[in-house]
Design a protein around this ligand. Structure first.
Ligand SMILES: C[S@@+](CC[C@H](N)C(=O)[O-])C[C@H]1O[C@@H](n2cnc3c(N)ncnc32)[C@H](O)[C@@H]1O
Length: 508
């Protein structure tokens, strides 16, 4: 078990890492882009090869802490003059064996950028597949992966007082929350994970993260929070003999029951106006789509909630099974792989599962009155992983709230501005002057593309914050020679949608 982290030693380690320049960019330039992405796929050889025989502190720490490779103790102590090799062992991050230091955990730099600026954390977690050279143990504490970064980027940037991070793991979501949340309670079923959370909070000098052990909402009975975030263990796993159950990705329940339990229970832990953001999987069963089932969970919650649920991708049962069997380190072509595939397919077929969706859920307890937001959609397009979508989510919620109280006449009296990342694409049949397809496209946010007819395209093009929407529609109606009332009835709902999705914003 990882020992309780010592704060003075964590401070010393942070100073040593900073002095050695142990940061994302220097590491990436030391081993190159290709080797950097190979590490994420579990392959550390190319990075180690690029470091060659370098013995400078950055190279020693890169091998020891980022790649999980043993290093000579003299070189480690030279690279960490305050912590020394002994300090690493007292933190539970390494073991000394004669003249060699063998890492027992990894530390990777993780850069981030949000509305408040950019920065970097060091994140300690268990040795990964690259370092272990094989399958992970079931109590593995995960480092920062793609899903962690997705949720971190989705977190709303609006400051609030109290937050909750369920399934904190290495603590990445808690660290991110603390950028805008006054104090955070981080929970996990794994004490080992909570020690990593505490270690990472100390290493990065971030106070205000309290850790509590327990499942889902058990550790916060009777408490409410302004913000709840969770990258929960949502991976669907058959409950069959011989199928490993990884703590980091599997909450021990049947099918997608854990996500359903989360959605059904979180409302009671939100303050009025409080928001929960989580990732999840949902099964399509016997003709009922996963998104419809997610809607059932929201509507079945004891506390009525606003909901914005986005399905990013969906997989057939076999692809899903193979994805997660490979993730556990079992290789295709082996008998274990084939029998695990069978177990997954049996499990899915027992519930009539035809597809498994993955996506994001944003749930809000209304400040007052009944919920007004109920949006369930598919957003499958590729997104730039560097886009922090939290600001866009906050803007969309604000636009929704404003629109909910705004009648069509008031909206027609509003001036709007087209967002700077919007472009228009016109497609013409060869030789034909009038376009057969017009599309409005976003460069940022959810990179949406929406079809537009000539009236909507003209309106969006004219939204420069000068004239209100109503007079603009009247002018366009007369240009297109159509009835102004009819055009208004057609365009006002489209304008509402474009305000929510961020193509347009209010001009005041
Ligand atoms: C996918 S990891 C997320 C870790 C981290 N928050 C992140 O975003 O990278 C899920 C975490 O949930 C924890 N966990 C598993 N079952 C749980 C449960 N029933 N209640 C709370 N946490 C649980 C696991 O130990 C693991 O740390």
């Amino acid at each position: 078990m990882l020992p309780e982290p010592d704060s003075a030693l964590c401070r010393a380690l942070a100073e040593d890492l900073a002095q050695a320049g142990f940061a994302s960019e220097p590491l990436r330039s030391a081993w190159g882009e290709t080797a950097d992405t190979a590490i994420a796929r579990g392959l550390r050889g190319p990075a180690a090869r690029a470091l060659g025989s370098r013995t400078d502190p950055l190279a020693v720490l890169a091998r020891l802490l980022a790649l999980g490779m043993p290093q000579p103790s003299e070189a480690v102590t030279a690279a960490l003059p305050r912590t020394r090799a002994e300090g690493l062992t007292r933190l539970g991050l390494a073991a000394i064996d004669g003249t060699e230091v063998t890492p027992t955990a990894i530390i990777r730099p993780q850069s981030f950028a949000d509305d408040r600026g950019s920065g970097q954390w060091w994140i300690a977690s268990d040795l990964d597949e690259a370092a272990l050279g094989g399958a992970l143990p079931e109590d593995h504490v995960l480092g920062v992966g793609g899903a962690s970064l997705t949720l971190a980027g989705l977190q709303l940037p609006t400051p609030v007082r109290r937050g909750l991070d369920i399934g904190a793991g290495c603590g990445i979501q808690s660290l991110r929350s603390r950028r805008v949340v006054g104090e955070v309670v981080a929970t996990d079923v794994s004490e080992r994970a909570l020690r990593f959370t505490r270690l990472n909070a100390l290493l990065n000098g971030v106070p205000g993260i309290e850790t509590r052990r327990g499942s889902l909402f058990e550790p916060v009975t009777g408490e409410q929070f302004d913000r709840v975030v969770s990258n929960p263990p949502f991976v669907i796993t058959p409950r069959a003999a011989g199928v490993p159950s990884y703590e980091y990705r599997d909450g021990g329940m049947q099918g997608d029951d854990l996500v359903a339990a989360f959605v059904g229970g979180v409302g009671a832990h939100l303050t009025a106006g409080g928001v929960a953001q989580l990732l999840g999987n949902w099964e399509s069963r016997d003709g009922r789509s996963g998104l419809d089932r997610a809607r059932d969970w929201v509507e079945g919650s004891s506390v009525a909630l606003d909901a914005w649920v986005i399905e990013r991708e969906s997989l057939d049962p076999l692809s899903y099974a193979e994805l997660w069997i490979r993730d556990g380190g079992t290789l295709p072509g082996t008998p274990e792989y084939a029998s695990l595939v069978d177990a997954w397919l049996d499990d899915f077929s027992a519930r009539g599962v035809t597809e498994i969706g993955f996506g994001y859920l944003l749930l809000r307890r209304p400040s007052e009155g009944a919920p007004t937001l109920s949006r369930y959609e598919r957003v499958p397009q590729a997104l730039d992983p560097r886009t922090a979508l939290g600001s866009h989510c906050a803007d969309a919620l604000a636009a929704h709230d404003r629109l909910a109280g705004l009648g069509d006449d008031d909206l027609a009296a509003s001036t709007l501005v087209v967002a700077a990342d919007v472009t228009e694409a016109r497609h013409h049949l060869p030789g034909v002057e009038a376009p057969s397809v017009i599309e409005l496209r976003q460069g940022g946010r959810f990179a949406r593309t929406v079809p537009a007819d000539p009236g909507l395209a003209a309106l969006v093009g004219a939204c420069d914050g000068d004239l209100p929407v109503g007079p603009l529609i009247d002018a366009i109606a007369s240009l297109l020679d159509v009835e102004a009332g009819e055009l208004r009835a057609e365009l006002i709902p489209a304008v509402r949608e474009l305000l929510f999705t961020g193509f347009l914003r209010f001009g005041d």
